[in-house]
Write a new protein. Structure first.
Length: 290
């Protein structure tokens, strides 16, 4: 083989080697553009924050039957946005009663109230909790204040990712950054299934210590907000609120009767069921919800 042919073969092998290295080594994560949006989704691989141009949320005035917890979360969020002491919040309780909707609505309401987009909302998925330290490192030096939000947070028997959350909330050498607050929703008050807690207590040598580490996670949330099943009157208030907000012209008595029938067929009453009824009614009326 001639010298040029040898050099060409070597270059080809080098090109192949560089391509393989490029595939094996992930590209460097892009730095977030905080001006792109006021809400982001954390993607742990490759460690980026993706902006959300339009957040799926409702106006806070539409969250009926939860006025007490709504005001508590608003006050807590307002203090945090103004640089005052505030607590991590756990919104727990009945399904479909507006827990995640309240977090997103409170974020928008406070930004509107303060006249800026200085308060950013970052959603982290339940399965990515172990990557929280990486997220904290990303947002710690940023010149904004952040609500880190995890929807439907809970842990099962062999799940140890809760330790990452505990360290971020109050533990560890660095602890929670001054510009970060953590909001989570869960159907479970202690983030663990009751049968798991009882099983730990019944099989451990020291029952109290067996569950203390896991149950103590919920203690890291200084603000506990409970959401309970709504009454018929609360449910109808939600339906009327949505109907008025979206301008659905429908006889009051018929609206009440059809809303109750809808709830009966679903076997439950909640804010989610009320909105699903409104979607069905708007479709039948040929009305676009916007």
């Amino acid at each position: 083989m001639s010298a040029p042919d040898t050099l060409s073969a070597v270059n080809a092998k080098l090109d192949t080697l560089l391509e393989l290295i490029g595939r094996a080594v992930p590209a460097a994560a892009r730095k977030p553009d905080w001006t792109a949006a006021d809400a982001f989704v954390w993607v742990p691989q490759p460690g980026e924050l993706h902006p959300v141009k339009k957040v799926n949320r409702v106006d806070i005035t539409l969250l009926c039957a939860v006025s007490q917890v709504r005001d508590l979360l608003l006050d807590n969020t307002r203090r945090f946005a103004r640089g005052l002491p505030a607590n991590n919040a756990l919104l727990w309780g009945a399904r479909g009663m507006g827990k995640s909707s309240l977090v997103k609505a409170a974020h928008a309401a406070i930004n509107q109230e303060e006249g800026s987009a200085a308060l950013k909302l970052i959603e982290i998925h339940r399965e990515d909790i172990e990557s929280l330290p990486g997220l904290m490192a990303e947002i710690r030096p940023a010149p904004f204040r952040f609500i880190v939000f995890c929807d439907d947070l809970s842990f099962d028997n062999d799940d140890t990712s809760y330790k990452s959350l505990k360290a971020v909330l109050e533990g560890g050498i660095e602890g929670r950054p001054e510009n970060v607050i953590f909001y989570a929703t869960s159907n479970r008050r202690h983030l663990l299934p009751r049968d798991m807690i009882e099983n730990e207590r019944s099989t451990a040598i020291n029952p109290a210590e067996a569950v203390e580490e896991k149950v103590s996670l919920s203690d890291r949330f200084g603000l506990w907000l409970g959401f309970h099943k709504c009454s018929q009157d609360d449910y109808l208030e939600m339906v009327r609120g949505y109907a008025d907000h979206f301008g659905l012209d429908f006889p009051v008595d018929d609206l009440r009767a059809q809303a109750l029938e809808w709830a009966t067929t679903r076997g439950s009453r909640s804010g989610r069921v009320a909105y699903q009824f409104i979607q069905d009614l708007a479709g039948r009326l040929g009305k676009v919800l916007s």
